[in-house]
Ligand binder design. Structure first.
Ligand code: ZN
Ligand code: ZN
Length: 279
């Protein structure tokens, strides 16, 4: 699936943009809060249910398969599978590419919330989607066009995945990038923020045993023989920080205490730079 790059400002030269975006401030609020960099308007109603799932789970690198082995000649990019979900769930839909390569789907369906939830659950059941595929109602502050009765997103909740501790640094990095996400829709149903294990583990692994604030080696090794460091969110989650690799660093216990007691601006700036440049 090709994603059009989202213009930084409303340039006026994009036909699709003019057609779909009626309230620019709300649109950019949505774009910023969900780290969106690309859009594909008008989907997913024509793609196959399998391709939709792969896009959500694998991100924008997921490729369409062009098999023609079914009697109705369905391909991944042309399918009737979502037809019945169009009005109750996927109306005014769009697919979005996030800066970390993840893909989410938004839509503005018509109906009562219970009807929309019921349509989503039916879709999940019909296509046997895993529990990690979630739907959420969004605040009206994001609703950039007047259509539909509400705005929803459908997304893959990576925090549901079981953690595999035996990954190479490269595999771990890929996982951590995909698991990095804006804090907003990662708060669990209990209200506390979800801290993703891949993000945390990768932050520690890339520090190579050295505290990223005082630049001293970890004070001891743990039971598994690994340097002991603690993962820390530079911008705290409850202050709107993201659970993403560009906001998480590895600190020795002393420096970790220091950040939670003092949170000096110069230290915050240093750590943000470290997190963002380490990739
Ligand atoms: Zn330290
Ligand atoms: Zn911390």
């Amino acid at each position: 699936m090709d994603f059009d790059r989202i213009p930084k400002t409303h340039a006026g030269s994009h036909e699709d943009f003019d057609y779909y975006v009626r309230e620019e401030a709300k649109f950019y609020h949505f774009v910023d809060d969900f780290n969106l960099v690309g859009t594909h308007w008008g989907e997913p109603q024509l793609i196959s249910a399998g391709y939709f799932l792969r896009l959500l789970m694998e991100g924008s690198s997921a490729r369409a398969h062009y098999r023609q082995d079914t009697w109705w000649s369905e391909t991944d990019e042309h399918s009737e599978a979502f037809r019945k979900y169009y009005t109750p769930l996927l109306d005014h839909g769009a697919m979005w590419r996030q800066s970390n390569g993840g893909v989410i789907c938004s839509a503005m369906p018509y109906g009562e919330e219970e009807e929309i939830v019921a349509a989503f659950l039916e879709m999940v059941r019909e296509f046997q989607y895993p529990d990690s595929i979630k739907m959420q109602f969004l605040d009206d502050a994001y609703r950039f066009r007047p259509n539909g009765d509400c705005m929803i997103i459908i997304y893959y909740d990576a925090s549901q995945e079981e953690f595999d501790p035996n990954l190479s640094e490269r595999e771990l990095r890929q996982k951590a990038i995909r698991h990095s996400a804006p804090g907003r829709y990662r708060s669990s149903s209990s209200g506390s923020f979800v801290r993703d294990q891949y993000v945390k583990e990768y932050a520690k692994r890339r520090a190579h045993g050295v505290c990223q604030l005082c630049d001293q080696p970890a004070p001891f090794v743990d039971r598994n023989g690994r340097p002991y460091l603690e993962a820390h969110h530079v911008i705290w989650l409850d202050e709107g920080g993201d659970d993403s690799i560009d906001n998480v660093v590895a600190l020795c216990p002393n420096c970790h205490r220091k950040m939670h007691h003092l949170n000096l601006d110069e230290d915050v700036q240093k750590l943000l730079q470290v997190a963002r440049s380490a990739g």
